[in-house]
Design a protein around this ligand. Structure first.
Ligand SMILES: [Zn+2]
Length: 147
């Protein structure tokens, strides 16, 4: 505790009454409590509250409710494990399906791609019947030179 204001002392009162406050902070609180009547009243309230809480009767859980809660917790655990398994299975299934699909298409895709390339180059070369030269001459596909 850096400075001892009423606010900081009151926030530390719970730990002070429990005896869990650090020794140096406890001394600062003690000095402040010796001087401040308001904070002393708060300490009395905290002590009273603490004592009251200690004497509350413990709540017992019936064996039937305990069993029901355990069953619910067990079901939830198994449901979460199943969900985790299901997600992992889906990821594996997806990657296997993608691999199978790729392997299935490879024998078709390569000749098709090669065929497309070959046909496109063939058609491109078939489009070119003649080339005009800058000096007005034309070279035909057969290599004939025309004017
Ligand atoms: Zn105070």
């Amino acid at each position: 505790m850096e400075d001892t204001t009423c606010k900081s002392v009151r926030s530390a009162l719970w730990d002070y009454t429990a005896g869990t406050l650090e020794q140096s902070d406890g001394r600062l609180v003690e000095v402040h409590l010796g001087e401040c009547r308001e904070c002393n009243l708060h300490r009395a309230e905290v002590r009273s509250l603490r004592t009251g809480l200690k004497h509350l009767p413990g709540k017992t859980v019936s064996p039937l409710l305990r069993t029901k809660l355990r069953v619910i917790a067990s079901r939830e655990r198994s449901r979460q494990a199943l969900r985790r398994d299901l997600a992992a299975r889906m990821v594996e299934f997806r990657s296997r399906a993608k691999l199978a699909f790729d392997n299935l298409l490879r024998p078709i895709a390569v000749p098709v791609a090669g065929g497309v390339l070959a046909s496109s180059s063939a058609s491109a070369s078939s489009w070119i019947h003649s080339i005009s030269t800058p000096n007005g001459r034309t070279i035909s596909r057969s290599g004939c030179l025309r004017r």
